[in-house]
Design a protein around this ligand. Structure first.
Ligand code: PMP
Length: 381
C-alpha cells in the first residue's frame, strides 16, 4: 500500500510535457524546448577546473554535515558583500541542491498540522515539501495585474496560531517578477514566526537588483544554490541559511538524511562564488537579450504580460484570449507546433490561462519556436 502522504504528492506537469516532447523526438520530430527551467549554458570553466583539481586531490569523502567550512564561509562572505548582512558559518547548511534543503527546512520547522502560507500560483514543488513534513498549506490567491504579489490584508487574514512561515520566491518561478524592497519589508513585518525565502534566482536580475529577506529580518530561512546562476543544475549543490538556534538540529537532520553533500562538488562551489564573474556577466547579458526579444514577440502575438519580468529566465504570459485550459493547450502546442511550453495550471489554479516560456535556450531557438507558435495561433483563429 502506498502511504496516504505519498499519494497526496502532486505531479510536476512540466515533466510530463518534457516526456511527451522526448517521445516525439525519438520518432524523429524536431522540438524546441521552452518548457525547461534549466540554464542552457555550460558550467563555467573555472568551476569544472576546481572540481577536477579537487578530485585529483582526493576530495572524494564526506564532509562536515553542515558542509565544508571553507564553502560556508564563502557563502557568508557572499551575503555580506551582496546584501550587507552578517551571518556565520554555523547558520549555513550545504546540501545536494536547494530541493533537499527545502525539505530539511520544513522538517526543522513544522509540527503536524502547522501551516505555511504560500501564494497561488507558485513553484509547484513547495506544497509537497510542506506536506512531506506533516504541514498544511494556507494558499493565498495572487493576481496578474499586481505582479502576483501577496496583498497585505490577505496575509493578515490567513495568519493563525498554527502559522509557522510565509513562503516567498523572488525572482519568481514562474513569473520572473522581482519583489521590491518595500514588498519584502512589508512581508518581514508580519508577526509570523519565519519567512521562508527562496532566493535561487538571485543574480539573474536584469534591472536594479534583488534584495535578500535577510536585509529586513533575521527570522528567516533562506534557500539558495548553484543550479541557476552558475549553470550547475546537474552538480546538485544548494544551501540553506537559518537562524542560529537551528544550527544543532539542522546538523542532526543532515547527518541522518544526507550525511553531507559531495566533497569535490563543494570545492567547485567555492570556485563558482570566487571565479565566475566574467562568465556570469556574459550569461546575464545573453539572458537579457533573449528576454527582451521574447517579451516583444509574445506581446505582438497577443499574449498579455501584466508586469514586466525582470529576473530568472521565465515569461509568464496571459493567453486567455487564445484558450482557457492551459494543460490541454500546452500539450496541443507541443504536439502541433512542436514547441514545449509549461501550462500555467502547473503552478496552481491561479496560473490557469497562462503559459510559462523559458528563455534558457538560444535566441535562434526562441525565434524559431515563437515563429512556430505564431503560425499555430493564426491557424486557430
Ligand atoms: N526553487 C525554485 C523556484 C526552482 O525553480 C528550482 C528549480 N527548478 C528549485 C528551487 C530547485 O533547484 P535545485 O534543487 O536544482 O537547487
Amino acid at each position: 500500500m502506498i502511504s496516504k502522504r505519498a499519494s497526496g504528492f502532486t505531479p510536476f506537469i512540466v515533466m510530463d510535457i518534457m516526456a511527451k516532447a522526448e517521445e516525439m523526438e525519438r520518432k524523429g520530430e524536431h522540438i524546441i524546448h521552452m518548457e525547461v527551467g534549466e540554464p542552457d549554458f555550460p558550467t563555467p570553466k573555472a568551476v569544472i577546473d576546481a572540481a577536477v583539481v579537487a578530485l585529483k586531490n582526493n576530495k572524494t569523502r564526506y564532509t562536515h554535515a553542515l558542509g565544508l567550512l571553507e564553502l560556508r564561509q564563502a557563502i557568508c562572505d557572499f551575503y555580506l558583500r551582496e546584501y550587507g548582512v552578517s551571518i556565520s558559518p554555523d547558520q549555513v547548511l550545504i546540501s545536494t541542491g536547494t530541493s533537499p534543503v527545502l525539505l530539511f527546512a520544513m522538517l526543522a520547522l513544522l509540527d503536524h498540522g502547522d501551516e505555511v502560507i504560500v501564494s497561488n500560483p507558485r513553484y509547484p514543488c513547495y506544497q509537497n515539501f510542506i506536506l512531506a513534513a506533516g504541514g498544511r498549506l494556507r494558499e493565498i490567491q495572487t493576481y496578474p495585474e499586481e505582479g502576483f504579489q501577496y496583498r497585505h490584508q490577505d496575509i493578515a487574514k490567513k495568519l493563525s496560531r498554527r502559522t509557522k512561515g510565509i513562503m516567498i520566491n523572488s525572482p519568481c518561478n514562474p513569473t520572473g517578477i522581482v519583489m521590491s524592497r518595500e514588498q519584502l519589508q512589508d512581508i518581514a513585518r508580519f508577526d509570523a514566526p519565519y519567512i521562508i525565502s527562496d532566493e535561487i534566482y538571485h543574480g539573474l536580475v536584469y534591472r536594479d537588483r534583488a534584495h535578500s529577506i535577510l536585509e529586513f529580518t533575521d527570522r528567516a530561512f533562506v534557500i539558495n544554490g548553484f543550479s541557476k546562476l552558475y549553470a550547475m543544475t546537474g552538480w546538485r549543490l544548494g544551501y540553506l541559511i537559518f537562524p542560529k538556534k537551528f544550527s544543532a538540529v539542522m546538523q542532526r537532520i543532515h547527518q541522518n538524511f544526507m550525511i553531507s553533500a559531495g566533497g569535490f562538488i563543494q570545492w567547485a562551489g567555492i570556485a563558482a562564488l570566487a571565479k565566475t564573474k566574467t562568465a556570469v556577466r556574459t550569461m546575464i547579458r545573453t539572458y537579457d537579450e533573449r528576454r527582451r526579444y521574447m517579451l516583444a514577440r509574445l506581446t505582438d502575438m497577443g499574449f498579455v504580460i501584466h508586469v514586466e519580468p525582470t529576473g530568472a529566465f521565465y515569461v509568464f504570459a496571459d493567453g486567455r484570449r487564445f484558450f482557457t485550459d492551459s494543460y490541454q493547450e500546452a500539450f496541443r502546442i507541443t504536439e502541433k507546433a512542436k514547441v514545449g511550453v509549461t501550462p500555467g495550471i502547473d503552478f496552481g489554479s491561479g496560473g490557469e490561462g497562462f503559459l510559462r516560456f523559458s528563455y534558457a535556450t538560444s535566441l535562434e531557438n526562441i525565434r524559431k519556436g515563437l515563429d512556430r507558435l505564431e503560425r499555430f495561433l493564426k491557424k486557430k483563429k
